[in-house]
Design a protein around this ligand. Structure first.
Ligand code: SAH
Length: 275
């Protein structure tokens, strides 16, 4: 068949080659440990100081440019997203996907939020009355630490962040990761975030990374005047989750909470109790 040419075809073999002795290159291909060497080389590449074996700051910049094109306009938020190494918060097998705009599993049935959603929620907090006057978020309460990624982004834009997680293994891991990355101004609590943290209340901003059917009363009680809360919530009439903003307004006519409803979102459920 094809054996007549100067360079015999290697694959698929011509019928007349089937009985031939293996060539040098065929022996090489059959080297049984080749894939182990390749896996070791991949692992070494993933563990280089730059993280992905690519320039991870460059990869983050590209992620930020995409988010800017898609409508995230607050440059402070974009800068914070550019600064935090998201790949450090996920399993090394998922590191390569860390700068795609997607949620990823972090174990225990939970997920790290999408960068665009983290950016959107923090931009909403920064647009609140108090934050606009202050020029930053002030004191923040986060419910649902998860892997700690959003806490690290928040920490770059606030005076202090108190973050609560109900699952002990996730809390412990976030403590390790955030200590390793030396994120300052953070207090991590293992507890039920539905109760907030009265010790450090009131908060200028409250952000929830898990969605329930109601707003826990403790959140409103712990929101400072001029403060803003952003949370996913079940939309009325069982129509899925939406992003809800609550402003604690104080003016001549007294104090009140003003609620606005935004786009549809998809968050893990807000649960009670700790594990
Ligand atoms: N901000 C996180 C997102 C984690 S997903 C990140 O960047 O990774 C939401 C988290 O909320 C989950 O880890 C879940 O366990 C937690 N959660 C759900 N209900 C909670 C509650 N009542 N108190 C504290 N954490 C809660």
């Amino acid at each position: 068949m094809s054996a007549g040419g100067p360079k015999p075809r290697r694959f698929p073999l011509g019928l007349d080659q089937v009985q031939a002795k293996p060539t040098a290159s065929a022996r090489e291909v059959l080297r049984p440990q080749a894939h182990l060497h390749m896996a070791a080389a991949d692992a070494a590449r993933l563990q280089t100081p730059q993280g992905l074996g690519l320039d991870s700051a460059g990869v983050r910049q590209r992620m930020v440019q995409r988010l800017r094109r898609e409508g995230l306009v607050d440059e402070r938020v974009l800068q914070a997203l550019a600064d935090v190494p998201r790949h450090e918060f996920v399993d090394s097998a998922l590191a390569i996907q860390a700068y795609e705009d997607t949620s990823l599993p972090i174990g225990h049935g939970q997920t790290i939020s999408k960068p665009s959603v983290v950016g959107r929620m923090i931009a909403l907090l920064l647009a609140g009355e108090g934050a606009r006057q202050r020029g930053q978020l002030g004191r923040v309460l986060e419910i649902g630490t998860g892997c700690g990624y959003q806490a690290a982004v928040l920490a770059r834009l606030s005076r202090q962040v108190v973050s609560i997680e109900r699952l002990k293994p996730l809390h412990d891991k976030a403590v390790d990761t955030l200590a390793r990355l030396q994120v300052p101004g953070l207090k991590l609590i293992h507890g039920d975030g539905r109760l907030g943290d009265a010790v450090a209340a009131p908060y200028d901003a409250i952000i929830a990374a898990a969605g329930g059917e109601d707003l826990p009363p403790a959140w409103l009680a712990q929101l400072a005047p001029g403060g803003r809360l952003v949370a996913p919530m079940q939309a009325p009439g069982g129509k899925g989750q939406v992003l809800v903003v609550i402003d604690h307004v104080r003016d001549a006519s007294g104090q009140r909470f003003v609620r606005t409803q935004h786009e549809a979102v998809l968050f893990v459920p807000l649960k009670s109790g700790v594990m």
